[in-house]
Design a protein around this ligand. Structure first.
Ligand SMILES: O=c1ccn([C@@H]2O[C@H](COP(=O)(O)OP(=O)(O)O[C@H]3O[C@H](CO)[C@@H](O)[C@H](O)[C@H]3O)[C@@H](O)[C@H]2O)c(=O)[nH]1
Length: 476
């Protein structure tokens, strides 16, 4: 008897959230899932977000990687043409989440028109409403977290009973591992900005609460960093389908900005190549969406100048036509030891350059993990979102970071910040040794037999079983 042809690869619908700090990590995971052609993935996006998928599309094509493009539904808080949080900063999260929710029906209609519809949805944790969509379509939903496992528990705890913590300060989380305590001003921005009864905010609240009710959760973290929180989530969700697969920046080049044609990175690498290979360069970057005020820029410029350290500083401009405000003559005075880059840099490549030995960061989770994976100590300036909570882990619990400033609107004292920078870049820094140890743990996690590699393979196998279940081939 002739052999049956192999079944087609499982079709999965993937829905990234259009913010670089969310999407790049999921693109790295998509890249990994697309390798060896084990899946047929359909990625939901909007027209203006297509360029950010270019690196992925240069590596994978249909039928293994497909796009499903919808115009972004309008929202009164979204200026025309804005489709990504990077364009308007953190305040863009709410209207973009709400606008994307309106794609529920169009996606369901598309699903029903497919000869081979998806057997699962993998979607960003800001898109928790996709759980209701998945239930409608009778398929499982896996939440992808571009941030840490602890944040999932924290958000769930905060939004489950808002009143219980509303007036508490500090807030004690005695049901979470380690019973952490945070000042209320350090809690995630989504919670601090939440307006009870407002329909957009209620959607966000429900979406965040849907994550731990989903069929599984995938985290850009690794066991050695967050073991107790991952175990807590497995108990809370009552499933082993909690996968820690990070650092995803080590998985491949799915979202690596160095592949983007309009963000050339060769000049900065060339510049770094001419610096001594001794970790003497400080890399300064505050993620993809934080726009600093002129006063903050001036203070930081003065601090960098006074520190006398070598540096690469990525400066985000207020608009394509606008200039950033640096003190007069600054670039001339730091010429040869400081490089200012306009808007975007190949961060992962820079962090892994041997000349780089420190990272002044806002403590966005991806930046932190990328620094950990590169063994670079962090000089933390947490500002908003989950950044205070992340800084706590890196500074107090793991000892790979020092805090040099805090607050989204803070204008640091240049003399003090310059002194802290100079001190932190010294070779004797204890955090430098710890960063080297954490790097070894991160690399071990993604190697064959490592915790993240095992979880990734579990995830792949669990997704493949769905196809077999769907085709009625016997997995119970
Ligand atoms: O010039 C740049 C700037 C950023 N990046 C990349 O962009 C990502 C930025 O992510 P992250 O460090 O997490 O910062 P944000 O863009 O600010 O991310 C948002 O989303 C994260 C979670 O997904 C949160 O942890 C942050 O607090 C929140 O601000 C990282 O992969 C960086 O490598 C570059 O490659 N080049």
């Amino acid at each position: 008897m002739a052999d049956h042809p192999p079944p087609p690869p499982p079709h999965i619908l993937v829905f990234p959230f259009p913010a670089q700090g969310h999407a790049l990590a999921l693109l790295d995971l998509i890249h990994h899932l697309s390798l060896r052609r084990r899946f047929s993935l359909t990625v939901v996006t909007t027209p203006k977000n297509l360029p950010s998928l270019a690196p992925l599309l240069s590596l994978h094509q249909p039928p293994f990687l497909n796009l499903l493009v919808f115009p972004l539904p309008p929202h009164p808080l979204l200026p025309a043409g804005v489709e990504n949080v990077q364009q308007i900063g953190n305040a863009g999260n709410l209207p973009i989440i709400t606008a994307l929710h309106k794609l529920s029906d169009p996606i369901a209609n598309w699903f029903h028109s497919q000869p081979d519809p998806p057997v699962a949805i993998i979607s960003d944790f800001f898109l928790g409403w996709t759980l209701a969509l998945a239930r409608r379509l009778h398929i499982p939903r896996f939440a992808f977290f571009s941030t840490r496992a602890f944040l999932a528990s924290l958000n769930d705890h905060l939004f489950a009973d808002v009143e219980a913590v509303r007036d508490m300060d500090p807030v004690v989380f005695d049901q979470l591992p380690g019973s952490p305590t945070f000042k209320s001003e350090h809690l995630p921005s989504t919670f601090r900005r939440y307006v009870p009864g407002n329909s957009d905010w209620e959607l966000v609240r429900e979406a965040l609460l849907s994550n731990l009710l989903s069929d599984g959760c995938v985290f850009n973290t690794f066991h050695a960093l967050e073991g107790p929180y991952l175990d807590f989530l497995r108990r809370k969700m009552g499933t082993q389908k909690v996968y820690a697969v990070g650092p995803v920046s080590l998985l491949g080049t799915g979202g690596d900005p160095k592949n983007l044609g309009d963000h050339p990175g060769s000049d900065v690498i060339h510049w770094l190549d001419h610096c001594p290979d001794n970790g003497s360069v400080l890399y300064v970057c505050f993620g993809s969406q934080k726009l600093m005020t002129n006063h903050q820029m001036e203070a930081l410029a003065a601090a960098l100048e006074q520190s006398m350290v070598r540096f690469v500083w990525v400066v985000k401009k207020p608009g394509p036509e606008m200039e950033f405000s640096l003190p007069d003559g600054f670039q001339d005075r730091v010429s040869g030891r400081g490089l200012v880059l306009d808007g975007w840099a190949p961060q992962v490549t820079i962090l892994n350059h041997p000349a780089v030995g420190g990272f002044l960061s806002h403590c966005g989770w991806n930046s932190l993990l990328e620094a950990v994976a590169a063994g670079v100590p962090i000089l933390g300036w947490p500002m908003e979102a989950d950044q205070f909570v992340n800084a706590r882990l890196l500074v107090e619990d793991l000892g790979v970071a020092v805090k040099v400033c805090e607050g989204a609107d803070t204008v640091p004292d240049p003399v003090e910040l310059g002194r802290r920078i100079a001190q932190s870049m010294s070779q004797g820094l204890a955090e430098r040794k710890r960063a080297g140890e954490m790097k070894d743990e991160a690399l071990a996690a993604v190697e064959q037999g490592g915790s993240s590699q095992i979880d990734l393979e579990r995830f792949v196998q669990d997704l493949q079983k769905l196809q077999i279940e769907e085709k009625g081939e016997g997995i119970k």
